[in-house]
Write a protein that binds this ligand. Structure first.
Ligand code: S6P
Ligand code: ZN
Length: 198
């Protein structure tokens, strides 16, 4: 038998409702509002205005109860609501894994993508229902909803991956995903001048 750092969990079924994104039994639940995206948006003025005018939820994350410990493979389901902040499609804060660990995403509903950045190169991975997105070790990742309906995906990651959100706050993601004139996503280099400054 292999040795474990912590007692392993038992084999189990984890219920998933494809209509609502609910996970049963549920573990950690996170709701990220416009307020929580301070310092991360292209247009800080627009972000502040939206935070003061209702502060809507941008995305939610629900996790199973599989622990974030070495050897385990925790899962979470993220739902990014449709919308823009100052012309920038709704996105997750983004993070770098603190250890050299990859991650697998499976698109469930809606359309969006993964903005990945290794500090030099930015790569866009388009996602749709049924798409498997792979994030190699050493690539920060941010998810973006580029459609008009909720974009939902399953993430499976090593339990000892670790999540460093400060890395993205400091280094950015290389590009931003803006809504073009026709509503299509356009990748804009980062940093992008704030709206009204050009
Ligand atoms: C975890 C995985 C996702 C994100 C979630 C929210 O490794 O990549 O579950 O945590 O999409 O993103 P963020 O950047 O706010 O953690
Ligand atoms: Zn991750």
């Amino acid at each position: 038998m292999p040795s474990f750092a912590t007692p392993p969990v038992l084999p189990q079924v984890i219920g998933f409702d494809t209509a609502t994104g609910a996970v049963t039994p549920v573990g950690r639940m996170i709701a990220c509002r416009v307020t929580d995206l301070v310092g991360l948006c292209a247009d800080e003025t627009a972000r502040r205005y939206m935070a003061e005018a209702g502060d809507p939820v941008v995305y939610e994350v629900v996790s199973s109860r599989v622990p974030e410990t070495s050897g385990e493979l925790p899962q979470s389901v993220t739902t990014i609501h449709p919308g823009t902040i100052g012309g920038e499609f709704h996105f997750t804060r983004g993070h770098m894994h603190t250890r050299a660990r990859g991650e697998v995403y499976l698109g469930l509903t809606g359309t969006g993508g993964l903005l990945t950045f290794d500090g030099r190169r930015a790569v866009w991975v388009a996602m749709a229902p049924g798409t498997i997105g792979y994030i190699p070790p050493g690539w920060a990742h941010r998810s973006v909803n580029t459609g008009d309906e909720p974009y939902r995906f399953l993430a499976v990651y090593p339990g000892d991956a670790g999540h460093d959100h400060a890395w993205v706050a400091e280094n950015g993601m290389g590009h931003r995903v803006m809504r073009g004139a026709s509503g299509e996503p356009e990748l804009a280099p980062f940093p992008r001048p704030a709206a009204g400054s050009r």
